[in-house]
Ligand binder design. Structure first.
Ligand SMILES: NC(=O)C1=CN([C@@H]2O[C@H](COP(=O)(O)OP(=O)(O)OC[C@H]3O[C@@H](n4cnc5c(N)ncnc54)[C@H](OP(=O)(O)O)[C@@H]3O)[C@@H](O)[C@H]2O)C=CC1
Ligand SMILES: O=C(CO)COP(=O)(O)O
Length: 323
């Protein structure tokens, strides 16, 4: 199957960065945003100042203002926020995805339906060939050509990984779509928690403890939901959890930081963990999986309980063996 041209749906930070990576890998890229102004900016000035300020885009990227002609490509990358994917797929039309590899790159679970991104795609466009791209990768780093390694999961993912690989972007092929999707979504919830630990000045020891117990909790959930805990040892698991739980470049971490400090959340931008946290909590409860950190982050987000009470509750849980 030819993999020369790619349509990227969503011209935010991540869609534009992935467009850049694909162009650097030698692909011809169609970048589909919602606004005509953005398409003109990409085509005239090779920039996307709103979402990737200061970055010059590769000349092989062409901007488009709508989703109507996404099918004019060998494969598709979906890069709108998780809660907008359904709308974006419907707008493009199921036929656009039929028989094509579709790379899902949003890191979130759908509110109300509790679905993973590949399940949403499967519902709306069952003929699409789903792949999931995840791992430790800030848009600004990828777009600027800083070395980045990610996981690309799906059936026979190697050719697609090769189509996106460049000198600074290294996708590793994998099989476990469920584990990779869950890891990418859940790390955002834990990044909110780690940010709050930092914001409330609970100390580096507390943050490391949160990270380690988050990893254990994530492994329980991934296994119960049909993914492989082994996936979590890789880029999409440990890699992204570490990045997002320790870097102020992460919007989820910064959102948690602001919550921990009792500051307003304006200006931080999209934090997928806020919408995914209640979904993760509902999935865990439904499966009777012990997920105290996800419960704690949800409590934090409701704003009804102080951080010190949340922490006291966690520390007072019955003692248990570590594994
Ligand atoms: N930024 C990053 O470093 C990374 C982000 N991701 C993931 O990528 C996903 C997107 O994040 P990111 O690009 O950063 O977010 P941004 O806020 O930068 O951009 C979101 C983009 O989606 C568009 N959009 C929003 N709603 C819709 C809709 N209903 N239909 C079509 N387009 C829509 C927005 O359009 P408009 O501009 O018109 O509002 C915007 O272009 C998230 O799930 C995130 O977790 C993954 C790895 C890294
Ligand atoms: O997923 C990311 C890095 O891998 C981006 O994290 P944020 O969405 O928290 O900024």
């Amino acid at each position: 199957m030819a993999l020369e041209t790619v349509s990227v749906i969503g011209a935010g930070a991540w869609g534009t960065a992935l467009a850049q990576a694909a162009a650097m890998a030698g692909r011809r890229v169609r970048l589909h945003g919602r606004s005509g102004d953005l398409a003109s900016e990409v085509n005239q000035f090779h920039t996307n100042e709103r979402h990737l300020p200061g970055q010059t885009l590769h000349p092989a990227i062409t901007g488009f203002a709508d989703c109507e002609r996404v099918a004019e490509a060998d494969f598709i990358i979906l890069a709108v926020p998780a809660q907008a994917s359904r709308e974006a797929i419907i707008q493009a039309g199921a036929d656009a995805f039929a028989g094509r590899p579709v790379i899902l790159s949003a890191k979130g679970l759908e509110h109300e339906t509790l679905l993973r991104q590949s399940e949403v795609l499967g519902q709306l466009a069952p003929q699409a060939q789903p792949y999931v791209l995840s791992g430790p990768s800030f848009a600004a780093d990828v777009a600027a050509g800083r070395p980045t390694a990610v996981t690309l999961a799906g059936r026979d993912a190697e050719p697609l990984a090769a189509a996106l690989a460049g000198p600074s972007f290294r996708p590793y092929a994998a099989d476990d779509i469920v584990g990779v999707e869950l890891a990418g979504s859940l790390k955002n919830v834990y990044a909110l928690g780690c940010g709050a630990v930092e914001g409330a000045d609970l100390g580096a020891s507390a943050r490391a403890a949160f990270l380690a117990r988050a990893y254990a909790e994530m492994a329980r959930l991934v296994e119960a939901l049909g993914g492989s805990p082994a996936t979590l040892t890789g880029l999409a698991g440990l890699g992204d959890l570490t990045l997002s739980c320790t870097s102020t470049q992460s919007r989820n971490y910064r959102t948690g930081l602001a919550l921990g400090r009792g500051l307003p959340l304006e200006g931080i931008g999209l934090a997928e963990g806020v919408a995914t946290a209640p979904v993760a909590r509902d999935l865990a409860r439904r499966l009777h999986i012990d997920a105290p950190l996800i419960e704690a982050v949800n409590l934090l987000l409701t704003g009804t309980t102080s951080i010190s009470s949340i922490v006291a509750g966690l520390m007072a849980r019955p003692l248990k063996r570590e594994t």
